[in-house]
Design a protein around this ligand. Structure first.
Ligand code: ATP
Length: 361
Protein backbone atom coordinates (compact mmCIF):
# COMPACT_ATOMS: atom_id res chain seq x y z
CA UNK A 1 0.00 0.00 0.00
CA UNK A 2 1.31 3.48 -0.84
CA UNK A 3 1.29 5.67 2.28
CA UNK A 4 0.53 9.38 2.27
CA UNK A 5 1.54 11.66 5.12
CA UNK A 6 4.79 9.88 5.86
CA UNK A 7 8.00 8.98 4.11
CA UNK A 8 9.17 6.22 6.46
CA UNK A 9 5.91 4.22 6.52
CA UNK A 10 6.76 2.98 10.02
CA UNK A 11 3.64 3.94 11.98
CA UNK A 12 0.07 2.64 11.79
CA UNK A 13 -1.60 3.28 8.45
CA UNK A 14 -5.30 3.86 7.74
CA UNK A 15 -6.76 2.59 4.48
CA UNK A 16 -7.97 5.64 2.54
CA UNK A 17 -8.71 4.24 -0.91
CA UNK A 18 -6.95 3.46 -4.14
CA UNK A 19 -5.13 5.31 -6.87
CA UNK A 20 -7.37 6.36 -9.71
CA UNK A 21 -6.19 6.04 -13.28
CA UNK A 22 -7.21 8.64 -15.89
CA UNK A 23 -9.97 6.29 -17.11
CA UNK A 24 -11.26 6.06 -13.51
CA UNK A 25 -10.08 2.49 -12.95
CA UNK A 26 -8.63 1.68 -9.51
CA UNK A 27 -4.91 1.12 -8.99
CA UNK A 28 -2.68 0.47 -5.98
CA UNK A 29 -4.22 0.85 -2.51
CA UNK A 30 -3.53 4.16 -0.74
CA UNK A 31 -3.17 4.60 2.99
CA UNK A 32 -2.66 7.55 5.27
CA UNK A 33 -0.18 7.75 8.12
CA UNK A 34 -1.82 7.64 11.56
CA UNK A 35 1.39 7.27 13.49
CA UNK A 36 2.09 10.95 13.94
CA UNK A 37 0.11 14.17 14.15
CA UNK A 38 -1.27 15.82 11.03
CA UNK A 39 -3.30 18.81 10.02
CA UNK A 40 -5.62 17.73 7.24
CA UNK A 41 -8.24 19.49 5.22
CA UNK A 42 -11.08 17.84 3.30
CA UNK A 43 -12.71 20.17 0.80
CA UNK A 44 -15.21 19.98 -2.02
CA UNK A 45 -18.51 21.33 -3.18
CA UNK A 46 -21.80 20.05 -1.84
CA UNK A 47 -22.29 16.34 -2.46
CA UNK A 48 -18.69 15.77 -3.57
CA UNK A 49 -17.92 13.34 -0.73
CA UNK A 50 -16.41 15.42 2.08
CA UNK A 51 -18.42 13.96 4.95
CA UNK A 52 -18.00 10.49 3.52
CA UNK A 53 -14.22 10.94 3.44
CA UNK A 54 -14.23 12.43 6.94
CA UNK A 55 -16.09 9.28 8.01
CA UNK A 56 -13.50 7.02 6.33
CA UNK A 57 -10.65 8.84 8.09
CA UNK A 58 -12.51 8.69 11.41
CA UNK A 59 -13.16 4.95 10.97
CA UNK A 60 -9.47 4.33 10.38
CA UNK A 61 -8.48 6.47 13.36
CA UNK A 62 -11.02 4.62 15.54
CA UNK A 63 -9.49 1.29 14.51
CA UNK A 64 -5.97 2.41 15.43
CA UNK A 65 -4.48 1.77 18.86
CA UNK A 66 -3.11 4.79 20.65
CA UNK A 67 -5.34 7.25 18.81
CA UNK A 68 -8.29 9.13 20.35
CA UNK A 69 -10.61 10.33 17.57
CA UNK A 70 -13.21 12.96 18.48
CA UNK A 71 -15.77 14.19 15.98
CA UNK A 72 -17.55 17.51 16.32
CA UNK A 73 -20.66 16.65 14.33
CA UNK A 74 -22.85 19.71 13.66
CA UNK A 75 -25.48 17.81 11.64
CA UNK A 76 -25.65 14.47 13.47
CA UNK A 77 -24.26 12.82 10.33
CA UNK A 78 -21.73 10.67 12.17
CA UNK A 79 -23.96 8.86 14.69
CA UNK A 80 -23.72 5.87 12.36
CA UNK A 81 -20.02 5.56 13.15
CA UNK A 82 -21.14 3.56 16.20
CA UNK A 83 -23.26 1.15 14.12
CA UNK A 84 -20.57 -1.51 13.57
CA UNK A 85 -18.86 -1.82 16.96
CA UNK A 86 -16.92 -4.95 16.00
CA UNK A 87 -15.21 -3.13 13.19
CA UNK A 88 -15.22 0.47 14.40
CA UNK A 89 -15.18 1.13 18.16
CA UNK A 90 -17.14 4.34 18.57
CA UNK A 91 -19.68 5.95 20.89
CA UNK A 92 -22.08 8.83 20.39
CA UNK A 93 -22.32 11.26 23.29
CA UNK A 94 -24.35 14.34 23.97
CA UNK A 95 -22.06 17.32 23.91
CA UNK A 96 -21.43 18.67 27.41
CA UNK A 97 -18.72 21.09 28.41
CA UNK A 98 -17.77 22.84 31.62
CA UNK A 99 -18.55 26.55 31.66
CA UNK A 100 -14.96 27.13 32.72
CA UNK A 101 -13.76 25.65 29.42
CA UNK A 102 -14.43 29.13 28.05
CA UNK A 103 -12.39 32.03 29.35
CA UNK A 104 -14.14 35.37 30.09
CA UNK A 105 -13.31 36.76 26.65
CA UNK A 106 -14.81 33.68 24.98
CA UNK A 107 -17.98 34.04 27.07
CA UNK A 108 -18.43 37.62 25.87
CA UNK A 109 -17.75 36.63 22.30
CA UNK A 110 -20.11 33.64 22.53
CA UNK A 111 -22.93 35.87 23.74
CA UNK A 112 -22.15 38.64 21.26
CA UNK A 113 -21.21 41.08 24.02
CA UNK A 114 -18.62 43.83 23.89
CA UNK A 115 -16.33 43.22 26.89
CA UNK A 116 -15.88 46.98 27.28
CA UNK A 117 -19.65 47.53 27.54
CA UNK A 118 -21.50 47.36 30.86
CA UNK A 119 -23.19 44.00 30.22
CA UNK A 120 -20.08 42.44 28.69
CA UNK A 121 -17.93 43.64 31.57
CA UNK A 122 -20.37 42.08 34.05
CA UNK A 123 -20.36 38.74 32.21
CA UNK A 124 -16.56 38.90 32.04
CA UNK A 125 -16.39 39.42 35.81
CA UNK A 126 -18.70 36.54 36.74
CA UNK A 127 -17.02 34.22 34.22
CA UNK A 128 -13.67 34.89 35.87
CA UNK A 129 -15.07 34.35 39.38
CA UNK A 130 -17.03 31.11 38.95
CA UNK A 131 -16.71 27.77 37.17
CA UNK A 132 -20.32 26.83 36.39
CA UNK A 133 -23.07 28.52 34.41
CA UNK A 134 -25.43 28.32 37.40
CA UNK A 135 -22.70 29.98 39.46
CA UNK A 136 -22.37 32.73 36.88
CA UNK A 137 -26.11 33.41 36.98
CA UNK A 138 -26.08 33.54 40.80
CA UNK A 139 -23.04 35.81 40.77
CA UNK A 140 -24.77 38.26 38.40
CA UNK A 141 -27.55 38.64 40.97
CA UNK A 142 -25.00 39.54 43.63
CA UNK A 143 -23.12 42.17 41.62
CA UNK A 144 -23.41 45.85 42.36
CA UNK A 145 -24.73 46.90 38.94
CA UNK A 146 -27.77 48.75 37.59
CA UNK A 147 -30.86 46.51 37.30
CA UNK A 148 -31.00 46.90 33.52
CA UNK A 149 -27.40 45.67 33.19
CA UNK A 150 -28.02 42.73 35.51
CA UNK A 151 -31.21 41.73 33.69
CA UNK A 152 -29.48 41.93 30.31
CA UNK A 153 -26.61 39.76 31.58
CA UNK A 154 -29.08 37.26 33.06
CA UNK A 155 -30.96 37.09 29.77
CA UNK A 156 -27.79 36.36 27.83
CA UNK A 157 -26.77 33.66 30.27
CA UNK A 158 -30.31 32.20 30.18
CA UNK A 159 -29.92 31.85 26.42
CA UNK A 160 -26.68 29.92 26.90
CA UNK A 161 -28.39 27.78 29.52
CA UNK A 162 -31.18 26.93 27.06
CA UNK A 163 -28.62 25.18 24.83
CA UNK A 164 -28.16 22.58 27.54
CA UNK A 165 -24.46 22.02 26.89
CA UNK A 166 -22.85 23.72 29.88
CA UNK A 167 -24.09 21.27 32.51
CA UNK A 168 -21.21 18.91 32.70
CA UNK A 169 -17.60 18.19 32.05
CA UNK A 170 -15.87 18.04 28.68
CA UNK A 171 -15.94 14.37 27.58
CA UNK A 172 -13.22 12.07 28.77
CA UNK A 173 -10.87 11.31 25.90
CA UNK A 174 -9.02 8.51 27.63
CA UNK A 175 -11.36 5.65 26.67
CA UNK A 176 -10.67 3.20 23.86
CA UNK A 177 -13.46 4.36 21.52
CA UNK A 178 -13.91 7.17 19.04
CA UNK A 179 -16.20 9.86 20.44
CA UNK A 180 -18.89 11.44 18.28
CA UNK A 181 -20.26 14.66 19.76
CA UNK A 182 -23.70 14.92 18.19
CA UNK A 183 -24.36 18.64 18.00
CA UNK A 184 -27.41 18.38 15.75
CA UNK A 185 -30.15 20.67 16.97
CA UNK A 186 -27.68 23.05 18.59
CA UNK A 187 -27.20 26.57 17.30
CA UNK A 188 -23.82 27.28 15.71
CA UNK A 189 -22.69 29.27 18.75
CA UNK A 190 -23.24 26.26 21.04
CA UNK A 191 -21.49 23.88 18.63
CA UNK A 192 -18.58 26.30 18.51
CA UNK A 193 -18.39 26.35 22.31
CA UNK A 194 -18.21 22.54 22.27
CA UNK A 195 -15.53 22.65 19.59
CA UNK A 196 -13.51 25.18 21.57
CA UNK A 197 -13.73 23.12 24.76
CA UNK A 198 -12.72 19.88 23.05
CA UNK A 199 -9.86 21.45 21.07
CA UNK A 200 -8.51 22.99 24.29
CA UNK A 201 -8.94 19.72 26.19
CA UNK A 202 -6.95 17.85 23.52
CA UNK A 203 -4.16 20.40 23.52
CA UNK A 204 -3.90 20.95 27.28
CA UNK A 205 -4.41 17.26 28.02
CA UNK A 206 -1.40 16.39 25.91
CA UNK A 207 0.71 19.11 27.49
CA UNK A 208 -0.16 18.17 31.08
CA UNK A 209 -0.03 14.44 30.43
CA UNK A 210 -3.70 13.68 31.20
CA UNK A 211 -4.45 12.50 27.64
CA UNK A 212 -2.33 9.45 26.81
CA UNK A 213 -3.56 8.70 23.33
CA UNK A 214 -2.90 11.00 20.39
CA UNK A 215 -6.11 12.98 19.82
CA UNK A 216 -7.48 13.38 16.30
CA UNK A 217 -10.11 16.09 16.24
CA UNK A 218 -12.48 15.94 13.24
CA UNK A 219 -14.55 19.05 12.55
CA UNK A 220 -17.23 18.96 9.88
CA UNK A 221 -18.53 22.27 8.47
CA UNK A 222 -15.28 23.76 9.74
CA UNK A 223 -15.95 27.19 8.21
CA UNK A 224 -18.63 27.66 10.90
CA UNK A 225 -16.18 26.82 13.67
CA UNK A 226 -13.57 29.20 12.27
CA UNK A 227 -16.15 31.97 12.21
CA UNK A 228 -17.02 31.58 15.92
CA UNK A 229 -15.44 31.22 19.35
CA UNK A 230 -13.68 27.97 18.41
CA UNK A 231 -11.46 29.79 15.91
CA UNK A 232 -8.54 30.60 18.20
CA UNK A 233 -8.39 27.07 19.65
CA UNK A 234 -8.42 25.57 16.14
CA UNK A 235 -5.74 27.98 14.96
CA UNK A 236 -3.63 26.93 17.91
CA UNK A 237 -3.98 23.27 16.91
CA UNK A 238 -2.98 24.15 13.36
CA UNK A 239 0.11 26.09 14.34
CA UNK A 240 1.18 24.41 17.59
CA UNK A 241 -0.82 21.19 17.86
CA UNK A 242 1.67 18.88 16.25
CA UNK A 243 4.34 19.30 18.94
CA UNK A 244 2.11 17.78 21.68
CA UNK A 245 0.70 15.27 19.17
CA UNK A 246 -2.76 16.64 18.38
CA UNK A 247 -4.16 16.20 14.88
CA UNK A 248 -6.90 18.29 13.33
CA UNK A 249 -9.00 17.25 10.33
CA UNK A 250 -11.32 19.96 9.02
CA UNK A 251 -13.95 19.48 6.32
CA UNK A 252 -15.60 22.36 4.52
CA UNK A 253 -17.31 23.24 1.30
CA UNK A 254 -16.01 26.79 1.66
CA UNK A 255 -12.21 26.73 1.99
CA UNK A 256 -12.16 30.42 1.12
CA UNK A 257 -14.01 31.06 4.40
CA UNK A 258 -11.18 29.50 6.40
CA UNK A 259 -8.21 31.56 7.51
CA UNK A 260 -5.16 31.21 5.24
CA UNK A 261 -3.39 29.34 8.02
CA UNK A 262 -5.89 26.48 7.71
CA UNK A 263 -4.76 25.84 4.15
CA UNK A 264 -1.08 26.69 4.55
CA UNK A 265 -0.63 24.60 7.73
CA UNK A 266 -2.40 21.51 6.41
CA UNK A 267 0.10 18.86 5.42
CA UNK A 268 -2.64 16.76 3.81
CA UNK A 269 -5.39 18.26 1.66
CA UNK A 270 -8.04 15.94 0.28
CA UNK A 271 -9.68 17.89 -2.48
CA UNK A 272 -12.95 16.63 -3.89
CA UNK A 273 -14.59 18.45 -6.73
CA UNK A 274 -14.39 22.20 -6.15
CA UNK A 275 -15.63 24.78 -8.61
CA UNK A 276 -16.20 28.04 -6.74
CA UNK A 277 -13.82 30.74 -7.94
CA UNK A 278 -13.00 32.06 -4.48
CA UNK A 279 -12.49 28.53 -3.16
CA UNK A 280 -10.12 27.61 -5.95
CA UNK A 281 -8.27 30.88 -5.43
CA UNK A 282 -7.78 29.97 -1.76
CA UNK A 283 -5.69 27.03 -2.96
CA UNK A 284 -4.01 28.71 -5.86
CA UNK A 285 -2.54 31.30 -3.51
CA UNK A 286 -1.29 28.96 -0.81
CA UNK A 287 -0.54 25.80 -2.74
CA UNK A 288 2.91 24.33 -2.36
CA UNK A 289 5.33 24.67 -5.28
CA UNK A 290 5.03 20.99 -6.17
CA UNK A 291 1.37 21.47 -7.12
CA UNK A 292 1.56 22.11 -10.86
CA UNK A 293 -0.41 24.54 -12.99
CA UNK A 294 -2.59 21.75 -14.38
CA UNK A 295 -4.04 21.13 -10.92
CA UNK A 296 -7.48 22.54 -11.70
CA UNK A 297 -7.65 20.70 -15.02
CA UNK A 298 -7.31 17.46 -13.07
CA UNK A 299 -10.30 18.25 -10.83
CA UNK A 300 -12.17 15.07 -9.75
CA UNK A 301 -15.47 14.40 -11.48
CA UNK A 302 -17.35 11.84 -9.33
CA UNK A 303 -18.32 11.97 -5.64
CA UNK A 304 -15.63 10.07 -3.75
CA UNK A 305 -12.87 10.91 -6.24
CA UNK A 306 -10.23 13.24 -4.87
CA UNK A 307 -6.83 14.81 -5.38
CA UNK A 308 -4.65 14.54 -2.31
CA UNK A 309 -1.97 17.17 -1.84
CA UNK A 310 0.61 15.58 0.45
CA UNK A 311 3.46 17.56 1.95
CA UNK A 312 5.33 14.48 3.15
CA UNK A 313 5.70 12.98 -0.32
CA UNK A 314 5.56 16.42 -1.96
CA UNK A 315 3.10 15.10 -4.47
CA UNK A 316 -0.46 15.35 -5.73
CA UNK A 317 -2.24 12.02 -5.86
CA UNK A 318 -5.42 11.17 -7.75
CA UNK A 319 -7.37 8.69 -5.63
CA UNK A 320 -10.81 7.21 -5.09
CA UNK A 321 -11.77 7.10 -1.43
CA UNK A 322 -12.74 3.61 -0.25
CA UNK A 323 -16.28 2.67 0.77
CA UNK A 324 -17.37 3.19 4.35
CA UNK A 325 -17.33 0.32 6.86
CA UNK A 326 -20.16 1.98 8.76
CA UNK A 327 -23.25 3.48 7.10
CA UNK A 328 -22.82 6.97 5.71
CA UNK A 329 -25.21 9.26 7.52
CA UNK A 330 -24.54 12.48 5.70
CA UNK A 331 -26.52 12.24 2.46
CA UNK A 332 -29.03 15.03 1.91
CA UNK A 333 -32.59 13.85 1.33
CA UNK A 334 -33.40 13.90 -2.38
CA UNK A 335 -36.57 13.46 -4.38
CA UNK A 336 -36.27 10.01 -5.91
CA UNK A 337 -36.81 10.79 -9.58
CA UNK A 338 -35.02 8.68 -12.18
CA UNK A 339 -33.47 10.94 -14.79
CA UNK A 340 -32.19 8.89 -17.67
CA UNK A 341 -29.45 11.37 -18.58
CA UNK A 342 -27.86 11.26 -15.14
CA UNK A 343 -24.47 9.70 -14.96
CA UNK A 344 -24.81 6.69 -12.61
CA UNK A 345 -23.56 7.44 -9.12
CA UNK A 346 -23.18 11.13 -9.88
CA UNK A 347 -24.91 12.83 -6.99
CA UNK A 348 -23.89 16.44 -7.01
CA UNK A 349 -26.67 18.86 -6.22
CA UNK A 350 -26.90 21.95 -8.35
CA UNK A 351 -23.79 23.53 -9.72
CA UNK A 352 -23.92 26.52 -7.43
CA UNK A 353 -21.19 27.46 -5.04
CA UNK A 354 -21.76 27.05 -1.32
CA UNK A 355 -22.74 30.68 -1.04
CA UNK A 356 -25.26 30.34 -3.84
CA UNK A 357 -23.23 32.20 -6.44
CA UNK A 358 -22.64 30.88 -9.91
CA UNK A 359 -19.23 29.21 -10.07
CA UNK A 360 -18.90 30.08 -13.73
CA UNK A 361 -19.14 33.74 -13.17
N1 ATP B 1 -15.88 7.30 -1.54
C1 ATP B 1 -17.14 7.14 -1.87
N2 ATP B 1 -17.59 5.94 -2.26
C2 ATP B 1 -18.89 5.76 -2.61
N3 ATP B 1 -19.84 6.74 -2.56
C3 ATP B 1 -19.44 7.96 -2.17
C4 ATP B 1 -18.10 8.22 -1.79
N4 ATP B 1 -18.01 9.51 -1.43
C5 ATP B 1 -19.23 10.04 -1.58
N5 ATP B 1 -20.09 9.10 -2.01
C6 ATP B 1 -21.51 9.31 -2.33
O1 ATP B 1 -21.73 10.70 -2.52
C7 ATP B 1 -22.75 11.16 -1.61
C8 ATP B 1 -22.41 12.55 -1.13
O2 ATP B 1 -21.29 12.48 -0.28
P1 ATP B 1 -21.21 13.38 1.02
O3 ATP B 1 -22.47 13.33 1.79
O4 ATP B 1 -19.98 13.00 1.73
O5 ATP B 1 -21.04 14.80 0.35
P2 ATP B 1 -20.62 16.16 1.03
O6 ATP B 1 -19.56 16.73 0.15
O7 ATP B 1 -20.28 15.98 2.44
O8 ATP B 1 -21.94 16.97 0.86
P3 ATP B 1 -22.55 18.11 1.83
O9 ATP B 1 -21.65 19.29 1.68
O10 ATP B 1 -23.92 18.33 1.24
O11 ATP B 1 -22.58 17.56 3.21
C9 ATP B 1 -22.82 10.12 -0.52
O12 ATP B 1 -24.12 10.01 0.01
C10 ATP B 1 -22.42 8.85 -1.21
O13 ATP B 1 -23.55 8.27 -1.81
Amino acid sequence: MHVLGSTDGLGPVGHLGAYRARDGSPGEEVGVDLGGPHAALVVGKRGSGKSYTLGVLAEEAARTDGVAPILVDPMGAFDTLADAPDEVPARVVEPRVGADALDPRAWCSLLGLDPTGAVGALVWRVASETTTLAGMVDAVGEQDAPDAVRVAAENHLALARSWDVFDGATPDLAGPKATVLDCSGLPDAATNAVCLAVASRCYRGRLDGTVDRLPWLFVDEAHVAFEGVAASALRRLLTRGRAPGVSLVCATQRPSALPDVAVSQSDLVVMHRLTGRADLAAFRETRPTYVGDDFEARMPERPGDAMVVDDATEGVHAIRVRERLTPHGGASPRVDVATSDDEPGHEYGDDANADGTDPKG
